[in-house]
Write a protein that binds this ligand. Structure first.
Ligand SMILES: [Zn+2]
Ligand SMILES: [Zn+2]
Ligand SMILES: [Zn+2]
Length: 163
């Protein structure tokens, strides 16, 4: 998908959001799940950029619009989005990021900029295979894999960013 390859910065992010919401509709419909207004709204907040979003940021953002949004509601909504594969949870940050390719389950790895929080999801089948091989070799049963790589995005390396 084109927007999945785009770096942050100079691109039409509105089309990223539009595409994410369209994919979400599709995924939910084929799963018989309902993308309620709140679920859609939370997904939109997660997609406000290509960086990781914390649950309390979502709560804060929602709070401005609907007083009724309580932490359990937000967590429940995030759990739904996770289950549908529409967002991923970044374990080391305890934060969430929108999935650009939610149709079809996949294992993900992440590049995370430690300065601006930019996140880029990628899928390295060879990495998964290598882990599976290693685990098998020692009879290890894998339950969860979290591959989150920290560093600096191109913008932060060159300091072209205002912040
Ligand atoms: Zn974008
Ligand atoms: Zn994904
Ligand atoms: Zn950065």
């Amino acid at each position: 998908m084109e927007f999945a390859r785009q770096a942050k910065g100079r691109h039409n992010h509105k089309s990223c959001i539009a595409q994410a919401l369209a994919s979400a509709d599709q995924v939910c419909r084929s799963d018989g799940a309902r993308l309620t207004d709140l679920r859609r709204k939370v997904l939109e907040i997660v997609w406000r950029g290509h960086d990781a979003v914390k649950a309390y940021d979502i709560l804060e953002r929602l709070g401005g619009e609907r007083r009724s949004a309580k932490p359990p509601t937000v967590y429940r909504t995030l759990r739904f989005l996770l289950e549908q594969g529409l967002v991923h949870r970044l374990e080391s940050l305890n934060a969430f990021v929108g999935c650009p390719t939610p149709a079809g389950r996949h294992e993900s790895q992440f590049l995370i900029c430690e300065r601006c929080g930019w996140v880029r999801e990628f899928h390295a089948a060879k990495l998964d295979q290598a882990i599976a091989r290693q685990a098998k070799a020692v009879g290890f049963q894998v339950h969860k894999k979290t591959i989150e790589v920290f560093g600096l995005c191109t913008h932060c390396q060159t300091g072209r960013r205002a912040t």
